[in-house]
Design a protein around this ligand. Structure first.
Ligand code: AMP
Length: 465
């Protein structure tokens, strides 16, 4: 008799058999009821012409059999709020501007329509004459976020024939070329390395049909606007209207509004509240300090104050190194991530933090941005940022998934004076106890708190027509 057919190959290891980060983050582990409750909590606002109807289930979508199987493999039961609106809009061919945070499921929101679109339209990318022609380009501010997006897109495109590649600076270009030669339909890139490789004639954007910009506000904060404009306008990418563009940003400041009107055509606008996190769940406190020495000593107690993972924000790379060393010398298991760390070092640090081996992570804003860091119980602003939006982003790392979180800021009056007022306002808005000295410094006294905001987003001032 003929031998029995071989068993189907097991899915690759990147499909975790454990709960997904999203499920853990948003408390979705368990009952359907819990899922519905959590989703109902999250506000979504839309504007634009003829916004396509949101979906309520992945079953409502025509993403193709292979992608549907991958959604099951990823254990995604229901679309997240951003996915409910963004996926049907993109599948309908619309450009999109979405205000959504990391943890909202935005990667899948742009990857699913890209993969489905490539498959449905039978698009051909490829590699010819030592040049790579991606069909979709995803721009990301940092290498960590780029790798994270690449890993996600590989999962979503598994066994579809759609290949994803990632390129970023600080890693040997040779390996990145090799990976692109093996196939590159979706290219995830940081701006600097991408321009370098376009200008070295290794990549052409002439076949790009999908452009996604992730964490656009952070790319602008990091000074990438000239590079982004070069990539979009001054190389060989199809023009606005000839490609489909999706712009994701946590906030919507004026520069992003300008970018949206330059890069997007007849777009759908949506804002989504932070998933499973609201400042209502975060207990904020501010400690007044007079010197660096006092700050460091206080930190030794603070890192012990709350069980679980503690994230400590500092201003500079040097400050991160110093503080990690100081904590280590004092017997506190700490690690750090910042812009001078190699890719391997950052990944190792994050892994050890996630696993709780080194439950204290010292980070600069830039390095921490965009990372899917679960289960932080305490955010310490060792150095206060100079912008209240950064403060909001930082403390939003805790208080997720309906779990309580704590945020402690060390306020050095000689340096942080200008933060007194915005901090007082933000804290009173969230019904937090504001120390009298802080109110005095800010020169204002505030009464009881107003409504708690889910997001700290600036909504668009005009309706898009
Ligand atoms: P992101 O906002 O793209 O960084 O996604 C955050 C996390 O949520 C990632 O670990 C995703 O794999 C996960 N995720 C995305 N969409 C869903 C979904 N519909 N259901 C469950 N988990 C999801």
């Amino acid at each position: 008799p003929p031998p029995p057919p071989p068993p189907p190959p097991p899915p690759p290891l990147f499909f975790s058999t454990q709960n997904t980060a999203y499920e853990i983050l948003s408390g979705l582990v368990g009952s359907e009821m819990c899922i519905r409750d959590r989703y109902d909590d999250i506000p979504v606002e839309t504007s634009g012409r003829d916004v396509p109807e949101p979906i309520t289930s992945f079953v409502d979508l025509d993403l193709g059999a292979a992608v549907n199987t991958n959604i099951k493999r990823c254990k995604f039961k229901n679309p997240t709020p951003v996915q409910k609106y963004a996926i049907p809009a993109s599948l309908a061919g619309r450009d999109l501007m979405a205000c959504a945070q990391t943890g909202s499921g935005k990667t899948a929101a742009f990857c699913f329509p890209i993969i489905a679109g490539i498959l449905k339209r039978g698009l051909q990318g490829g590699h010819m004459n030592r040049k790579t022609y991606p069909l979709a380009l995803v721009l990301s501010p940092t290498r960590e976020l780029a790798s994270q997006i690449h890993e996600e897109s590989r999962k979503f495109a598994y066994q579809t024939g759609v290949a994803s590649c990632v390129i970023y600076g600080g890693a040997p270009a040779v390996e990145q070329f090799r990976a692109m030669e093996r196939g590159c339909d979706i290219l995830v890139a940081t701006p600097g390395r991408l321009i370098d490789l376009i200008d070295r004639a290794k990549i052409s954007l002439s076949r790009v049909q999908y452009l996604a910009l992730d964490e656009a506000d952070r790319m602008l904060d990091m000074g990438f606007e000239p590079q982004i404009r070069q990539i979009v306008d001054e190389r060989d990418m199809p023009r606005c209207g000839e490609r489909q563009t999706m712009l994701f940003s946590a906030t919507f400041p004026r520069e992003i509004q300008r970018m949206a009107s330059d890069f997007l055509d007849d777009y759908v606008f949506l804002t989504v509240g932070r998933v499973g996190s609201s400042h209502a769940l975060i207990t904020q406190s501010v400690e007044r300090v007079t010197s660096y020495h006092e700050k460091s000593n206080m930190l030794l107690d603070l890192v012990e104050a709350v069980p679980g993972l503690t994230l400590v924000f500092v201003e500079t790379k040097r400050g991160a190194d110093q503080l990690e060393d100081f904590l280590y010398q004092n017997g506190k298991p700490a690690t750090s991530i910042h812009g001078d760390r190699t890719q391997q070092e950052r990944e190792a640090a994050l892994k050890s933090f996630r696993a709780g081996k080194t439950p204290i992570l010292v980070a600069t804003d830039v390095a921490a941005r965009g990372l899917d860091i679960p289960h932080v119980t305490h955010v310490i602003n060792f150095d206060l940022p100079s912008d209240i939006d950064d403060y909001t982003h930082r403390i939003g790392r805790t208080g997720r998934a309906g779990k309580k979180g704590r945020a402690t800021a060390l306020f050095l009056e000689s340096k942080d004076g200008q933060m007194a007022r915005p901090l007082t306002e933000l804290m009173s808005e969230a019904n937090q106890e504001v120390p009298t000295w802080l109110t005095q410094i800010s020169g204002h006294s505030f009464g009881g708190g107003g409504p708690v905001s889910y997001t700290h987003l600036t909504l668009p001032t005009k309706t898009i027509v």
